[in-house]
Design a protein around this ligand. Structure first.
Ligand SMILES: [Zn+2]
Length: 124
């Protein structure tokens, strides 16, 4: 078990997050992930994209970009739903991982965090 396994879920959530904002493509998302410190080779990235498409979270099509063509991925309704549910879990994990730091910070008290989260979900 290595970093790949530990960060695999985070990378997938990152991909889903960006796909929820705009269509994505392999190199673009690799650059974005590198910005966050995840250095993935195409041999790692493409199977992740293909897997997300196979799972029904993304849908791809081939788009012409000048003389070359590239495969772009858009998020499906199932992908949106999965991301929404995953965000709840990430939030829960985040508050647990940073329990001490959050309790030390006077600006973010637990009751207010809970409320704003609930409000955002009602809005969706
Ligand atoms: Zn990002």
């Amino acid at each position: 078990m290595g970093e790949k396994e530990i960060y695999g879920g985070l990378v997938r959530l990152h991909v889903l997050h960006h796909a929820s904002r705009e269509p994505i493509f392999g190199q673009g998302i690799m650059d974005e992930l590198a910005r966050h410190g995840y250095r993935l080779s195409p041999g790692t990235m493409y199977p992740i994209l293909h897997g997300l498409e196979r799972g029904g979270y993304l849908r791809s099509s081939v788009e012409k970009a000048g003389r070359r063509s590239r495969r772009t991925y858009v998020m499906t309704a199932a992908g949106r739903k999965a991301l929404r549910q995953a965000k709840k879990r990430v939030w829960e994990l985040f508050t647990e991982l940073f329990e001490e730091e959050l309790s030390r910070s006077p600006q973010v008290e637990p009751s207010r965090r809970g409320k704003s989260m609930a409000k955002r979900e009602q809005g969706q």
